[in-house]
Design a protein around this ligand. Structure first.
Ligand code: FES
Length: 111
């Protein structure tokens, strides 16, 4: 089985993700407890990310969350995307708050 490196652009963190694992599972394994893990099946839209570099394999995604335009820009649901090369991604939406907030544990931000 192939393993790839996934880098989160905002935080510079990276994790290994196998070709059979979704990007979301890999992110959870990184220990990001605040990751809003929703349905894991493409239904809730909380795990939206933007793949800025690399190739991935996608499972079919709901157009409710990912428009054709989103998809063309590399915006995908992490729970439905598996890496096919090393990947660099940005976190979007609800996920962004969790990922970026956890960069400063011990700081309770008011915002
Ligand atoms: S976790 Fe619900 S769409 Fe990805």
């Amino acid at each position: 089985m192939a393993y790839f490196t996934v880098t989160i652009e905002e935080t510079g963190e990276s994790y290994r993700c196998s070709e059979r694992q979704s990007l979301l599972i890999g992110m959870e394994a990184l220990g990001k407890k605040g990751i809003p893990v929703g349905c894991r099946g493409g239904g809730c839209g909380v795990c939206k990310v933007e793949v800025v570099a690399g190739e991935c394999q996608k499972r079919p995604m709901s157009r409710e969350h990912i428009s054709a335009e989103d998809e063309a820009q590399g915006r995908l649901l992490a729970c439905c995307t598996m890496p096919a090369s090393d990947i660099k991604l940005k976190v979007l939406g609800k996920m962004k708050k969790s990922v970026c907030r956890l960069q400063h544990p011990g700081h309770m931000s008011q915002s």
